[in-house]
Write a protein that binds this ligand. Structure first.
Ligand code: ADP
Length: 455
């Protein structure tokens, strides 16, 4: 009997020992997994003694480690999404100049892909300035932040031959630093706008100075001696008047352009009978055309008289006065200028055609730039400011139209303007918009309304 009890107790003690042994083995396996960077598994609970405490504490630590790992995984994937969505190119490089990481923008900018990781940056990005930026950030003795602007070859979406990148390098945290991260920001468009602004300021001041210098010279000459010389005084005063008019025109054009670019003075769109708006515009140039013995024609024969466009009357006058004025200016005596109306699907089309000097093919796109003239001297002599077509292009775009030009040197030019035709109900929308302009409450998202509400 005693022997049987002893055997029973022995079996129970053996079972308890076996369970304790299993707990210890599971904890040991869990620690191995941890050492390998894997997530540990929970061990079976054991209720008693130090092994029971070991199991409980190991499980509590495992739950915490798992939660931390999940948080790290979530943060990591969020970080990858953020880096992937960044417009800036981000590249991380280790101290041996091997690629650690590149985001989607860096893939696109430098032609990298997933297989690039681990390879030498000098092999992957064959732009010496990028290697210089990496070297400068890693430093000779210790890494330090580095800022530089790089000019790299390669075309962007707009087809520009070089790109300007601002690069900022920072060491990765750690001692010694496990590498550097470089952020490249494409500033090509910024540089282009800056250079356009500088050109504009230089051109505008030059254009303003020229008539001013003339006025000053004539006025000084008159004050010095010419005021009483009847053979020249009237002529000099006429020159002053001419140059003052030019200055006035230039300032008006500059102000129009500034207003258009800032979106101020929004046009009031309403359905306008196109032919009726154009005819007086053409007529107002008849005397100037006659003075140059030019035939000025208005052709709306195959154009339904009642066709309406959704535009602003002042805007239409600005467009066609400029185009007809240019056609007359750049057509030699005895030539012809014609203004024709046609239908083109949903659009109404107006062509201003002349038999003038024409425009060289490679300058056709440039004539819409501010101050661009094919022949500066001739334009100035004819009273041009070089801003007319730039204003026309802006106005056409702001009323939802398009402008195009074809030309042949020595034969003439044709400017084609497409304007959106008014649809039924636009008059009503416009009436509400007019009211809204007074009340400040907008109900219809039409372009004029949006612009006006922003002003
Ligand atoms: P401008 O005040 O000098 O006429 P624009 O901006 O109106 O300035 O035109 C820009 C340039 O385009 C002109 O200087 C001229 O060289 C050219 N141009 C414009 N219209 C015509 C045309 N109908 N025929 C020939 N050249 C033209």
């Amino acid at each position: 009997m005693g022997w049987a009890v002893a055997a029973c107790l022995g079996l129970i003690a053996g079972g308890i020992l076996l369970r304790q042994w299993r707990v210890v083995v599971s904890v040991s396996q869990g620690l191995d997994r941890l050492a390998l960077g894997q997530k540990p598994k929970l061990v079976r609970a054991f209720p008693f003694g130090p092994v029971g405490r070991l199991a409980r504490e190991f499980n509590a630590a495992t739950i915490e480690i798992r939660a931390q790992a999940s948080r790290r995984e979530r943060d990591h994937s969020q970080l990858l999404v953020v880096l992937g969505a960044m417009a800036e190119a981000v590249v991380a490089v280790d101290p041996r100049r091997r690629l650690l990481f590149a985001n989607a923008s860096a893939h696109q900018l430098f032609g990298l892909d997933a297989s690039s990781v681990g390879r030498l940056v000098a092999e992957l990005i064959r732009v010496p300035q990028v290697q210089e930026a990496v070297d400068a950030t890693l430093g000779l003795e210790s890494p330090a932040t580095h800022q530089a602007e790089l000019v790299i070859p390669g075309r962007d979406a707009a087809g520009r031959a070089v790109r300007y990148l601002s690069a900022r390098g920072s060491p990765l945290p750690g001692h010694p630093a496990p590498g550097v991260v470089l952020v490249f920001h494409d500033v090509t468009e910024l540089r282009r706008l800056e250079s356009m602004r500088q050109d504009f300021v230089a051109n505008a001041s030059h254009e303003l100075k020229t008539p001013l210098a003339s006025i000053k010279a004539y006025a000084e000459t008159l004050l010095d001696w010419a005021i009483h010389d009847e053979s020249v005084n009237i002529r000099f005063l006429e020159r002053i008047d001419e140059q003052a008019n030019r200055l006035d025109q230039l300032i008006q054009d500059l102000l129009s352009l500034a207003r258009l670019e800032s979106g101020q003075g929004a046009f009031e769109h309403r359905p306008i009978v196109l032919a009726s708006a154009l005819e007086p515009c053409v007529e107002s140039h008849r005397d100037r055309a006659a003075a140059k013995s030019l035939r000025l024609l208005f052709n709306a024969r195959n154009f339904p008289r009642e066709t309406t466009v959704f535009a602003d009357e002042e805007a239409l006058h600005q467009i066609f006065n400029n185009l007809i004025d240019n056609a007359i200016k750049y057509t030699p005596e005895g030539g012809r200028v014609s203004v024709s109306c046609l239908l083109d699907g949903d659009m109404a089309c107006v062509e201003v055609e002349d038999t003038g000097i024409g425009i060289p093919r490679d300058e056709l796109t440039r004539i819409f730039e501010r101050f661009y003239r094919v022949d500066k001297t001739r334009s100035r002599e004819l009273g041009g400011t070089g801003l007319g077509l730039s204003i026309v292009k802006h106005v056409v775009q702001s009323i939802g139209g398009q402008i195009d030009v074809t030309s042949r040197v020595g034969s003439g030019s044709r400017f084609t303007v497409l304007l959106p035709r008014a649809t039924e109900g636009q008059g009503g929308v416009e009436r509400e918009n007019q009211e809204a302009r007074q009340t400040g409450v907008w109900t219809h998202p039409d372009p004029a309304a949006t612009r006006a509400s922003q002003d």
